[in-house]
Design a protein. Structure first.
Length: 212
């Protein structure tokens, strides 16, 4: 399932083309379908505390993206077509893909920006953790329940080729750059070590070559 607080609505024959800045913005069908309204409200309410915690993690690891997401959400709450869902939506990401008990082929994400993070988190009961692989980096990370990963998904190819035993649910949060551009929000920049330097002692910074 993919749930998105905001999406461009385009005609079927235009699907193969990039969404235009003038296209209508609406929540994804999975959220605004009247038949699913009760389930939508329950899901959003049930994940509120969890998503607040994810927003706090985002603030720590990518303050610019946190600012961008918060700004977009505040503006969506003032738009007639999106305010109902946006008032219930807590995540500062524009979309969340919910992936249950499945492998994920190696891929790059294409709708964000190179300097942005996707934020992945895992819930479940599987006793043998899945493995999250970043092909170019030669990394295979244990990806069990309670794991949270921030990654530049547009740059680094990633996959889950083994999802373990038992049940596993991954929440993959993403931001769409076209939505940011629609609202004219500054895209921010890369996260660098300088962002954290002021919070560290001078002795630690010298030891880690943060300062000369």
């Amino acid at each position: 399932m993919v749930a998105s607080c905001i999406w461009f609505i385009i005609f079927i024959e235009q699907i193969q083309f990039a969404q235009r800045p003038t296209d209508q913005l609406l929540a994804s069908c999975s959220l605004r379908d009247k038949e699913n309204s009760e389930a939508t409200a329950l899901w959003l309410a049930g994940t509120t505390e969890y998503e607040i915690f994810m927003n706090m993690i985002l603030l720590l690891i990518h303050p610019d993206l946190h600012r961008i997401g918060l700004t977009i959400l505040e503006r969506l709450r003032d738009v007639e077509e999106t305010k109902d869902i946006a008032s219930l939506w807590v995540s500062y990401f524009t979309g969340i893909a919910v992936i249950s008990n499945r492998k994920t082929p190696s891929h790059n994400d294409t709708n964000g920006r190179p300097e942005w993070y996707d934020l992945l988190s895992v819930k479940g009961t599987n006793v043998r953790p899945a493995r999250l692989e970043f092909k170019e980096l030669g990394l295979k990370l244990e990806y069990g329940p309670g794991t949270v990963v921030g990654a530049c998904g547009q740059i680094f190819e990633h996959s889950v080729n083994f999802w373990g035993e038992g049940d596993r649910i991954c929440y993959a949060r993403f931001m769409r750059d076209k939505v940011r551009a629609r609202f004219g929000v500054d895209p921010g920049g890369w996260v660098t070590q300088d962002l954290y330097a002021s919070s560290l002692s001078e002795a630690f910074r010298k030891n880690k070559n943060y300062i000369s």
